[in-house]
Design a protein. Structure first.
Length: 170
């Protein structure tokens, strides 16, 4: 599965790593693997990826830099896929949500995760483990982190790596 993601500053990934230590029974995201998905694009081989990237770049045309803010810690009690619970950094950004909606017009939304009202911008801290520990961590207050998104990353989830980047304005 390929996706279009926001580049994360080290302050966000460091915070996620520190918070994950309070969930020793959960599967923490390894260093360098934290993501903020804007839109899942689809799967396939290299030729399919080239077509997906081309369509995404067309849909991104005219997109300028925009602000994003991590505002707290929250939890999905039951994940759509994979182990539950999922503890995450909550992200607020009206422009990010608008970009997601625009990309849903170019790529089919993933049911239950990306349809109208389903998209929850977040950075996963950890999955699984003790639900009570997850709820306690979700109640913790953090200092908000703000940054300006100036590039987006095309990500290959199967290989766990970036494939290419697009600078904003696109």
């Amino acid at each position: 599965m390929y996706s279009l993601n926001v580049s994360l500053p080290s302050s966000v990934t460091s915070l996620a790593g520190r918070l994950a230590r309070d969930l020793p029974q959960a599967q923490a995201r390894p260093r360098g693997e934290h993501t903020l998905v804007v839109k899942r694009l689809g799967g396939g081989d290299h030729a399919a990826y080239a077509r997906l990237e081309g369509r995404a770049r067309d849909a991104l045309r005219g997109t300028g830099p925009f602000g994003v803010r991590v505002t707290g810690v929250d939890c999905f009690e039951a994940a759509e896929t994979g182990p539950s619970p999922v503890v995450y950094l909550a992200v607020e950004s009206a422009p990010l949500r608008a970009l997601h909606e625009r990309l849903c017009g170019a790529f089919d939304p993933v049911a239950g995760m990306e349809g109208p009202g389903d998209y929850v911008p977040h950075v996963t801290i950890a999955r699984g483990g003790d639900p009570a520990a997850a709820r306690r961590l979700a109640e913790r207050e953090i200092e908000p982190i703000e940054w300006t998104v100036e590039e987006l990353v095309f990500f290959d989830a199967e290989r766990g790596q970036s494939v290419s980047r697009v600078s904003l304005p696109a």
